[in-house]
Every structure is written in C-alpha cells, then in structure tokens.
Design a protein around this ligand. Structure first.
Ligand code: XIL
Length: 360
C-alpha cells in the first residue's frame, strides 16, 4: 500500500526529536504557507561502475533527480593516475550521463586530505604542492566548465576534535601549505571559473552530541575568517551523513544556517544518508526513525528558506557505501537511502519530496 504524505509526516514527527522534546516548530520546513512552491533540485551521488552494471540505477536517478555528484570520478585518486597525466574517462562518462538527461553535475572534490594517490602524497615541497594544486584546479575545472556549475572546493577542513587551538584539520594540504591553503584553493577556483558556485563542505556539524557542537563552532569560525579575508566562498555544504540515533541539534543548526544565509552564503545538502547500523529492526520501524531524523535535519536546514539543493549519497540502499562501511551486526541490510535495495520508495523519499515542494 502506498504511503500518503500525511502518513509519512506523522511517522516522521513521532520519531523526531522535535516531537519528543515537545518543541513547537519554528523552522520554515514545518510552517510552510506562502503562495509559491519551492522547487528545490534533488540530486544523488553515483559511482560509475554501479551505473554501468545496473540499468535500474540510471533509470531511478533520471526519474527522481535533476543533479548528480560523481562519488569518486572527480577525486584525485581517479583523475591523477601518475604525475603529469590526467584520466578523464570516468568523469567524462558520468558527466555525459548527466548531460544526456539534462541534469546538473556537482563537482566533488578539488582539495581534500583524503583520496590522494601515493605519488602526490610523496611530494613534500611546499612550492611543488602549490603548483600541483593550481594545475589540478585549473585543468579539472576548465574541462568540466560547461556541465559542473558548483564545486566542493575544499572538503572536510575541520578536524574531528577541534579544541579552539587546533581547529583546522592536519593533513596533506595543511602540512605542505599551512592554513592558507583553504583560501588559496578558493581564489584559484574563482580565477578559473568566476561564475561557478564555490562550496566549503563539511560533516558532523548537525548533531547535539559528540564532536558536533565543537565542529559547528570551528566551521563557523573558518567561514567567517575566509569571508573577512575576501575569499570567494559562495556556499557551505552540509554533507549530512546522519548517524542513526544521534539527535539533530535542531535549534542550533537552524541558528547556524540563518547566520550563514545572512553572510550571503547558500546552503547545499551534499551527501545525505543515515548510518543505521545501531538502529532497531524491523525495517519499517527503522525507516520511520530514519525519516524522522532526516525530517529534523531538513527542517533546521530550511530555517531561513529552502536550501539550494538536496543531494543524497546514492539513491538505492543496494549501492550505498554504508552497506560495507557500516554493516549491521544483526545481518539485516542497511537502509540508509530514499529507495530500498529493490528500488522501492521509502518514507525518506517522501520527506525529501516534502522539503522540495514546500510553499514559500
Ligand atoms: C566515500 C565513497 O562513498 C566511498 O566509495 C569511497 O571509498 C570513500 O569516499 N565524505 C565524502 C565522500 O566527502 O567523498 C566520501 O565518499 C564519504 C564521506
């Protein structure tokens, strides 16, 4: 039996921290009510080998999405097999798929501490590292200029345990170029493609627990510092790898988003999924908890109006990284995404539809 939106929102509300806390909605997401309907682009990340082996995946993406993010094909590990060479074939294939279906492509990612080939890691000289970064950003952005209109310029700049002193992640680029590498990357990217939307992307900024409040504060500091320095940052990306059972800091995240919008930044949800390894079975109860958590997150993200776009990290549970990165100990399948293993809709997709089409 198909679920109605009313069913889903009831489920989501029952499962959400908002209703548990008895907090009245103040977020745009629940109030709705203007004359216009938001039409927020929805995208999915996709990995080329999956797209090539299962026709249902491309069909589902072209049916539900207007955006695509390549999972690995625009990372250094894929693009830079050896010093001095570029392999554009996998990136071209995903961009070609998107172009063929009239979809936008979000570029992921130009500067990141991870996913670097060994030959890059072995370069220790600052001058050489800077030359490499400039060459990479210029070459890759220029190639995909027509189709890739937004880029995660710097991914995950905040460490997992920021303490106010060390609130920048150590890693390849920090070690070679120091903290200035973040601003440098944005300046180089802007010079290559002045019309591209340049995004600073981060994870774990949405929870009320664990490292999240400190990450949120450090992320805010970095954004403000970059803007004070005149860096061409246009948007923040909230990855949204939600952890099943970690409560969303709804008010704090809403305040954060409102402040970011006041600074003139757009908000992108870039990698939404729910790591459900510690959540209950059976599947329908788990799906309700997941939908509730996504509902809380998107309510807060929408606090100052619709986000620029919402992208999930995959679309079907069958092709999610969660199934191998965070498997369940009870042996049942993970259910982190809007469509299940067999490409059937779950309440997660209804929640996305709700936020895509709110009256504003
Ligand atoms: C992950 C991919 O899903 C995996 O297939 C890959 O092995 C490692 O990277 N944050 C990011 C993404 O910004 O690039 C990561 O993607 C997931 C976490």
């Amino acid at each position: 039996m198909a679920l109605t939106r009313r069913d889903v929102l009831k489920w989501a509300l029952e499962a959400s921290a908002l209703s548990a806390a008895g907090t009245p909605f103040r977020a745009f997401g629940a109030e709705a009510g203007g004359d216009r309907t938001a039409d927020i682009p929805y995208g999915a990340a996709v990995y080329l080998p999956d797209l090539q082996t299962d026709a249902r995946l491309g069909a589902a993406i072209s049916r539900h999405c207007t955006r695509v993010t390549p999972v690995t094909e625009l990372k250094w590990s894929s693009l830079r097999p050896t010093s001095g060479t570029f392999d554009f074939a996998p990136g071209d294939a995903i961009v070609g798929f998107a172009d063929g279906h009239g979809m936008d492509v979000h570029g992921h990612t130009l500067v990141w501490h991870a996913s670097l080939p060994d030959w890059v890691e072995s370069i220790t000289d600052a001058g050489e590292a800077e030359r490499l970064m400039r060459e990479h950003v210029a070459t890759v952005m220029a190639r995909y200029k027509k189709s890739v209109r937004s880029w995660d310029v710097v991914n995950e700049p905040i460490p997992d345990a920021p303490d106010g002193v060390t609130d920048r992640r150590d890693g390849y680029w920090s070690e070679r170029l120091g903290p200035r590498h973040v601003r440098l990357a944005f300046e180089v990217a802007h010079a290559v493609d002045p019309a591209a939307m340049l995004v600073l992307n981060e994870y774990d900024v949405e929870f009320a627990v664990e490292r999240s409040p400190a990450k949120r504060a450090a992320f805010r500091n970095l954004v403000e510092e970059l803007l004070d320095q005149g860096a061409p940052v246009h948007a923040i990306g909230l990855q949204g790898h939600l952890r099943g059972g970690w409560p969303i800091a709804i008010d704090e995240l809403a305040d954060f988003v409102v402040d970011m919008r006041r600074l003139g930044l757009q908000i992108l949800v870039t990698e939404l999924d729910v790591q459900d390894q510690d959540l209950v079975s059976p599947a329908d109860e788990r799906d309700a908890v997941i939908a509730g958590q996504v509902f809380d997150f998107l309510s807060a993200v929408s606090a100052a109006g619709p986000p620029h776009s919402i992208t999930t990290w995959g679309i079907s549970d069958q092709y999610s990284w969660v199934r191998w990165a965070f498997p369940r100990s009870d042996g049942t399948r993970n259910r982190p995404l809007p469509l299940d293993w067999d490409f059937q809709r779950k309440p997660f997709m209804d929640v996305i539809d709700h936020f895509r089409t709110l009256r504003i």
